[in-house]
Design a protein around this ligand. Structure first.
Ligand code: AMP
Length: 177
């Protein structure tokens, strides 16, 4: 059944917070979308629109807001949920991937047994900015032998051209700036 919620309705609920967490950043706050039952459910429908239950083995969500959307998407698609976490948070053995930030670098990690080789993966995060975080998550999935069917984002900051960090991967975003 097609979603009764439109991307424009989701866009209208996203709150822009200037200068958070530091001066110059326009932070896109998705908590009003989560708090609205209809918009939250609609966002999950739109993020998973390409897929039917059983066509995805794992939905990989990125720390931390990506977890919220990815976990809900996983139940809808009858798929497992796998977290990509910031380094040092996962308890079992991990593989790690470094990526560049504006100043310095960061590391994300995934459990070594999180995916079966050949797993069909939908990658989800709340927002695509420069693409560094998602590209690192893609690298982890691929190291474990997973295939990314699509990378799906609630928000895309188009002017940062993060898609170019995800060559060969179909990218979906619901709202762009
Ligand atoms: P990037 O690696 O530059 O694509 O950054 C994407 C990650 O940083 C996502 O996990 C987002 O949650 C977060 N992020 C980056 N920029 C913003 C922003 N303007 N508002 C909210 N979250 C952001």
């Amino acid at each position: 059944m097609p979603s009764t919620v439109t991307a424009a309705q989701i866009a209208a609920a996203i709150r822009n917070v200037s200068d958070f967490p530091k001066p110059g950043i326009q932070f896109k706050d998705i908590t009003p979308v989560l708090a609205d039952a209809r918009l939250f459910a609609g966002a999950i429908e739109l993020l998973t629109a390409k897929f039917s239950p059983g066509s995805v083995d794992a939905v990989v969500g990125i720390d931390a807001r990506g977890f919220i959307f990815a976990a809900a998407a996983a139940t809808r698609l009858k798929a497992g949920f796998v977290p990509v976490r910031k380094k040092g948070k996962l308890p079992f053995t991990t593989i790690e991937q470094d990526y560049a930030l504006e100043y310095g670098h960061a590391t994300v990690a995934m459990h070594t047994d999180a995916l079966k080789p050949g797993a069909r993966v939908l990658l989800i995060d709340d927002l695509l900015a420069t693409g560094g975080t998602s590209a690192a998550a893609v690298a982890l999935v691929q190291k474990l032998g997973g295939t990314i069917l699509e990378a799906s984002f609630l928000i895309e900051l188009k002017f940062l051209d993060g898609r170019k960090q995800l060559p060969g991967i179909p990218v979906r975003s619901l709202v762009s700036y």
